[in-house]
Design a protein around this ligand. Structure first.
Ligand code: F6R
Length: 254
């Protein structure tokens, strides 16, 4: 695992965009696993800017997103489909049929989970999976639990997650109670993983994920078992790690 320290959100986003861009340049038909939330917005802005300058071609790229709220249509402004269209897909030349996100409006969510898992298997491998981290250590919507769930599944969102995400909705009650998420096995089967974290409220979760015991109570801790993980984090998110490791530089290999 390699950790890149970024002074701030801008530098973290630049680093992440460069890593993703390198994948698209070296493998024009790359499969990118994507995330939503506030963390990757700066990364998507930079990828869109590189595309607009003629530096990146997404015409052969395929994307698969981690998760979607159950019950929200792709037109709902808080749905993850809407988010991805707005922050990335509408700004680059990716054919819409190359972009995959679980269907929050599927009549039968269990069937939708099976369909999404089968889709992931049919794509063979995700070349790089972009991840944010919840302040409770979740990845995708794999919430702290007693066991790791392998495939795409329906989850009850943790109260903490609904509270954190209520900032995007007009009231906390509007945050859906359930979501469909890729499982830990799906995430771990990606060839490489790029985990981003910024802000003080991620510091404890990031430390627990990268230096704590591997446990489903901190779902991101499973990443310690993956052999190709890159972390880009700002100084605020690195605070607890800096204190524990006494590391002072820009790159930490562990
Ligand atoms: C979103 C996702 C979540 C977020 C996490 C952090 O697709 O999978 O795991 O990455 O909740 O969210 P932000 O970036 O809003 O702090």
């Amino acid at each position: 695992m390699r950790i890149y320290a970024a002074a701030d959100y801008e530098e973290m986003s630049q680093r992440a965009a460069s890593i993703l861009a390198a994948h698209v340049i070296t493998k024009p038909d790359a499969v990118l696993g994507l995330a939503t939330g506030s963390t990757p917005i700066g990364t998507y802005d930079r990828l869109a800017a590189m595309h607009q300058k003629g530096m990146l071609d997404f015409s052969q790229v395929t994307t698969v997103n981690l998760d979607e709220y159950e019950g929200l249509s792709g037109e709902h402004p808080q749905s993850y489909r809407y988010f991805m269209n707005k922050h990335l897909f509408e700004r680059i030349n990716i054919p819409r049929e190359h972009t995959f996100i679980p269907d929050g409006l599927a009549k039968n969510s269990a069937e939708e989970c099976k369909r999404y898992t089968a889709l992931l298997h049919s794509l063979k491998n995700i070349d790089i999976q972009l991840l944010g981290i919840g302040s409770n250590g979740h990845i995708g919507f794999n919430e702290p639990s007693d066991s790791f769930c392998r495939d795409t599944h329906v989850v009850m969102l943790a109260e903490q997650t609904r509270k954190n995400n209520s900032r995007f909705f007009s009231s906390p009650e509007e945050v859906p109670a359930r979501a469909i998420t890729m499982g830990i096995g799906n995430i771990m089967s990606a060839e490489s993983i790029l985990l981003l974290a910024n802000g003080k409220n991620k510091s404890d979760a990031l430390f627990a994920a990268l230096f704590g015991p591997i446990t489903p109570k901190v779902p991101a801790s499973i990443l310690q078992f993956h052999n190709n993980v890159t972390v880009a984090a700002d100084e605020e998110a690195l605070c607890a790690i800096r204190e524990f490791t006494r590391w002072e530089g820009k790159i930490y290999d562990c």
